[in-house]
Ligand binder design. Structure first.
Ligand code: ADP
Ligand code: MG
Length: 438
């Protein structure tokens, strides 16, 4: 790793690499936490990070969407590796800007990020590569979309083409719901330019699993499969959220050999088709899967770590994450052997009152000094009040992450922790990882 910071330890000179993690959520906190365990003892910066990370990491006061500002910061601070958390900077070309400035980066270029930033692009690529996914049509005008819906089977899935912060998909049980979604997206501009083009998909029945891969120019290596819980209330009721909890691994998925199936029938053909179009992929490829009766099919691709999946998957990783990210950035992933702990991992998200519809913020958070043994906190929507107290500042506030020899063991610690951390209006799901069969 590059020579950056020198530290005298007796007669030995220790070389510390310097990494910049871009983003401000629990996902970025989990990445930074894992990198901090690296044997290379890197110096870690998070831009912009949040108040809950301040004690452990150096925060850079640069927003995640300020591409020029981030590149300037990375140059000034002699950053050896930029790790990009969220999709927004990836789709606006932060990785390209880093590469142009000669800074190694973990995260795909803007061209490769189209797998997430355009659902029409992703579907076209899957069709060309013969990757199993729902049948679909792309529409650029509302009238033809509506004509198509009149003759379609139900339910039917309507998706805004572009990024929509997880709100751009409607699974319509009735024709009216589908037609309203078309009006909202294509006529009323609910998602701005993201909804000008719409993908209409066949509905797939099954269970959803998330499988992420480390990817460089030559190779893709799977992580452990995970499942998240999207609805706000127990029993999968209420509106969709950014994710209220997760668990990993999904044993049944692994035992059925589905990791290998997904690698061979989905990830490899997808990366080959990208390469055919002169697009190399570097970073994390997140495959959102539906396990149907006909096998695993792609729901969507994300071009970065999932949130909250990252908070359960990274704690299971045995191999040094900095070594992996360094290898990805330098296309030497083929030389890596990635190992996982033989443990189970869960996370429970503490959310603000009113989340996801209209989260209240500014509630004072009380965290006891002696948390239950094994509980790790990843901070998301938190800030420091003028009085210096940690306060809520968003919908998802803190992710409690725990590993154990079994899911039940980890859950017991996670829920004990969810009770002892308090703030007015706190809500969380009580049934994370209860249902684990496919
Ligand atoms: N073809 C489909 N069949 C059934 N459910 C779907 C389909 N496409 C999406 N969904 C559901 O909608 C959710 C969101 O869709 P997704 O494509 O992942 O969009 P995003 O995460 O960008 O909002 C999925 O997690 C899944 O529950
Ligand atoms: Mg999704």
């Amino acid at each position: 790793l590059a020579l950056s910071e020198l530290e005298m330890e007796g007669a030995t000179i220790v070389l510390h690499s310097r990494a910049l993690i871009v983003g401000n959520g629990a996902r970025e906190h989990a990445i930074a936490w894992k990198l901090a365990q690296s044997k290379h003892e890197p110096v870690l910066f998070v831009a912009p990070g949040n108040a809950g990370m301040k004690a452990q990491f150096r925060l850079a006061n640069v927003p995640a969407d300020d591409i020029q500002g981030l590149v300037a910061f990375a140059k000034k601070e002699h950053i050896d590796l930029v790790v990009i958390g969220p999709e927004q900077p990836l789709s606006s070309g932060l990785a390209d800007a880093c590469l142009a400035a000669g800074i190694p980066v973990f995260g795909p270029t803007k061209a490769a990020a189209q797998l997430e930033s355009s659902k029409a692009f992703a579907k076209g690529l899957m069709r060309a590569a013969n990757v199993p996914t729902a049948g679909y049509h792309v529409f650029h005008d509302a009238d033809s979309a509506k004509v198509f819906i009149h003759d379609s089977a139900l339910p039917i899935v309507i998706k805004a083409d572009g990024l929509a912060a997880g709100k751009g998909v409607v699974v319509a049980e009735t024709r009216d719901t589908a037609l309203t979604a078309i009006d909202e997206m294509m006529v009323n501009g609910q998602f701005g330019s993201s909804g000008r083009t719409v993908v209409i998909e066949e509905f797939m029945a099954g269970t959803e699993v998330s499988l992420m891969f480390f990817v460089d120019k030559h190779r893709a290596i799977p992580m452990q499969p995970a499942r998240d819980h999207k609805r706000i209330y127990d029993g999968d009721n209420g509106p969709n959220t950014g994710g209220m909890g997760a668990f990993a691994p999904v044993s049944q998925f692994m035992e059925a050999g589905l990791t290998e199936v997904v690698q061979a029938t989905i990830v490899e053909p997808t990366l080959r088709e990208l390469a055919n179009r002169n697009i190399d992929y570097q970073g994390v490829l997140y495959v959102g899967l539906m396990i149907t009766e006909a096998g695993p099919k792609v729901v969507e691709f994300n071009v970065r770590f999932g949130d909250p999946e990252t908070e359960v998957v990274l704690p299971l990783l045995s191999t040094d994450l900095l070594d992996i990210m360094w290898a990805v950035a330098h296309n030497t992933l083929s030389e890596m052997d990635i190992q996982w702990k033989n443990e189970a991992s869960v996370c429970v998200v503490l959310a603000s009152e009113g989340y996801p519809v209209s989260p209240k913020t500014g509630a004072v958070i009380e965290i006891p000094d002696n948390l239950p043994k094994g509980a790790v906190l990843f901070h998301a929507g938190v800030k420091q009040s003028e009085a210096g107290e940690l306060c809520t500042a968003g919908g998802r506030v803190i992710t409690i992450s725990v590993t154990g020899s079994t899911i039940e063991e980890a859950l017991a610690v996670a829920y004990e922790t969810a009770e002892v951390i308090t703030f007015p209006g706190k809500q969380f799901r009580h049934d994370i990882a209860k249902k684990r069969s496919l």
